[in-house]
Design a protein around this ligand. Structure first.
Ligand code: SAH
Ligand code: SF4
Ligand code: F3S
Length: 446
C-alpha cells in the first residue's frame, strides 16, 4: 500500500473534497495516513480566499522541501501535489515559486487524480482546466469501512461554484460557475452514508440555497425539495446546509424549516456588512433591511432558530459610519456565532481596483471592536442554554475518562459523564454550565 497524506485548508467544501481525493486514489493503492513521514504522496488542499490563507501554502512548501531532501538522501521518494483554490488560481505560478511541486490540480479535476499522479511520475503536471464532464459522476464511492471510520456526521457537496461575483471574492474564479448535482446522485450518496452509520448530513455549496438540481423527471428541484427528499431516508437524524446567500432564501426553504424537525434550527447566513453603501459596492444585491426581513420570516417559521454569519471589515470606502452600521446590525440580529475578517485585497477581483482602500490599522481596530461584540453574543447565547434541555448527538469519548462529547442542534460541543454506549445516539441533555467553548450537562433519562 502507498500512503497518502492530505492537509486541508479553507472551507468545509475542501474538507469534503479531501475525502473524495482519498476515495479517488484508493483504487490506485493509496491509503490515507495522518503521519506525513510515512507519505508517498503529500497533497495540500489549499484556500485562496484571503492573502494569509494563500501564503500559508508557500510556507508549508518550504517545510516540505526540506522534508523531501531528507527523504531523498535516505533513498526514498515523496511526491508533492497542490490541490484546491490556490492551485486553480495560480496554476503554473506555483511551480515557478516552488519548483518542489510535482503536481498542481484544480478542484474540477479530482476525478482524474489517478491518471494525473501517474503522469506526474514522469514529469511535472499542471491541470487547471474546468472539466466538461461531471466530476461527481466519475468520483468513486468510498468503501463502507472508510465511511464508517470517518464518523457519524458527514458533509455532502450538492452545489459547487458561484455566479454571484461579490466584488471582494475569488470563489467565482477558483470554483467556476454554479453547478448543481442531480437529485438522484445526491440521494444515492446520502443513502450510502446513512448505511454506514452517518446520522447527520450537512449539505454543502458555495451558494447552497441557489441549488437547482435535476429531478427524476428532468424537472428542476430547489434546495427545499431536496431537503424534503433527504428527510425521508430512514436512519438519518439531522440535516444542515451551508453556506447560504440572503438573496436565495425563498419561501419554500423557509417553509422547510417550519416543516422538518430534523432540519437543525441553525442557519449560517452571511451579511458581510450592515451598510447599504458597502453592500452595494460589494455587489451583495440586497440591503441590510432586506436581510433583516429574511431573518424575521425565518424566525416566524422556526422560532428556535439561531443565527451565524460572516463579516468583512475595511472593505474599500468603508467609513466610520458604515462600520457603525455593521455594529448595529450585529446588535439587532444577536448572533449565536460568527466569523469576521479584515478585508483582504484579492488579485483579479473588482475590489482590488477600487479607490479608498482602508488603512490596515483602521481595519485592525474595527475588527477588534466587532469581534468583542460577536464574542460577547456567543457567550450570551451559550449561557442562555443553561437550565434548558437539548437534543445532543453523541459522537466520541471526551478528553477526561468517563466523558462523552456530542453536538447540540446549534453545533455547540456538549460534554457529559456517561457510558460510551451512548455514542451514536441522540439524547436529551439538561445543560448545567458553560465553559469557554463547550456546554456541560447530564443525560435526562425518562
Ligand atoms: N459563499 C459564501 C462565502 C464564501 S467565502 C457566501 O456568500 O457567504 C467565506 C467568507 O470569507 C465570506 O463570507 C467572507 O466573509 C469572507 N471573505 C471572502 N472574501 C474575502 C476577502 N477578500 N477578504 C476578507 N474576507 C473575505
Ligand atoms: Fe464569494 Fe459572494 Fe459567491 Fe459567496 S456569494 S462565494 S462571497 S462571490
Ligand atoms: Fe477557500 Fe476555495 Fe473554500 S478559496 S473558502 S477553499 S472555496
Amino acid at each position: 500500500m502507498k500512503k497518502l497524506f492530505i492537509k486541508t485548508y479553507g472551507c468545509q467544501m475542501n474538507v469534503y473534497d479531501s475525502d473524495r481525493m482519498a476515495d479517488a486514489l484508493a483504487p490506485s493503492g493509496y491509503e490515507a495516513t495522518t503521519d506525513i513521514d510515512q507519505a508517498d504522496l503529500v497533497v495540500l488542499n489549499t484556500c485562496h480566499i484571503r492573502e494569509k490563507a494563500a501564503e500559508k501554502v508557500y510556507s508549508e512548501l518550504g517545510r516540505l522541501r526540506i522534508m523531501r531532501q531528507k527523504r531523498e538522501q535516505a533513498g526514498g521518494k515523496m511526491m508533492i501535489g497542490i490541490a484546491g483554490c490556490v492551485a486553480q488560481a495560480e496554476g503554473e505560478e506555483i511551480v515557478r515559486r516552488a519548483p518542489v511541486v510535482d503536481l498542481v490540480f484544480g478542484p474540477q479535476s479530482y476525478h482524474k487524480l489517478p491518471e494525473l499522479v501517474e503522469r506526474a511520475h514522469k514529469g511535472r503536471v499542471v491541470e487547471t482546466d474546468f472539466s466538461a464532464e461531471d466530476k461527481f459522476e466519475h468520483l468513486p464511492k468510498p468503501a463502507r469501512e472508510t465511511t464508517i471510520a470517518r464518523g457519524l456526521t458527514s458533509f455532502l457537496t450538492v452545489q459547487e461554484g458561484c455566479d454571484k461575483f461579490c466584488t471582494f471574492c475569488v470563489v467565482p474564479y477558483t470554483r467556476g460557475a454554479e453547478v448543481s448535482r442531480p437529485v438522484a446522485q445526491i440521494l444515492g450518496e446520502a443513502e450510502n452514508l446513512v448505511d454506514a452509520g452517518v446520522k447527520e448530513i450537512t449539505l454543502l455549496g458555495q451558494n447552497v440555497n441557489a441549488y437547482h438540481g435535476e429531478g427524476k423527471g428532468g424537472e428542476t428541484q430547489g434546495l427545499a425539495q431536496l431537503l424534503y427528499r433527504l428527510s425521508e431516508i430512514k436512519g438519518l437524524d439531522r440535516l444542515r446546509y451551508t453556506t447560504s446567500h440572503p438573496r436565495d432564501m425563498d419561501d419554500a426553504l423557509i417553509n422547510a424549516h417550519r416543516d422538518l424537525e430534523m432540519l437543525m434550527p441553525y442557519l449560517h447566513l452571511p451579511v458581510q456588512s450592515g451598510s447599504d453603501t458597502i453592500l452595494k459596492s460589494m455587489n451583495r444585491q440586497h440591503t441590510a433591511e432586506e436581510y433583516l426581513r429574511v431573518l424575521e420570516r425565518m424566525r416566524e417559521a422556526r422560532p428556535d432558530i439561531a443565527l451565524s454569519g460572516d463579516f468583512i471589515v475595511g472593505f474599500p470606502g468603508e467609513t466610520d459610519e458604515d462600520f457603525e452600521a455593521t455594529m448595529k446590525i450585529v446588535r439587532d440580529v444577536e448572533y449565536a456565532q460568527a466569523y469576521s475578517f479584515k478585508y483582504s485585497t484579492r488579485p483579479g477581483t473588482p475590489g482590488a481596483q477600487m479607490d479608498n482602500q482602508v488603512p490596515e490599522e483602521v481595519k485592525s481596530e474595527r475588527l477588534q471592536r466587532l469581534q468583542e461584540l460577536l464574542n460577547h453574543q456567543q457567550t450570551e447565547f451559550n449561557k442562555s442554554r443553561i437550565g434548558s434541555t437539548m437534543r445532543v448527538l453523541f459522537e466520541k469519548t471526551g478528553r477526561d475518562p468517563g466523558q462523552i462529547v456530542g453536538r447540540s442542534p446549534y453545533l455547540q460541543p456538549v460534554q457529559v459523564d456517561a457510558d460510551p454506549s451512548h455514542i451514536g445516539t441522540i439524547q436529551d441533555v439538561f445543560v448545567e454550565s458553560v465553559g469557554k467553548f463547550s456546554l456541560f450537562g447530564k443525560i435526562v433519562t425518562n
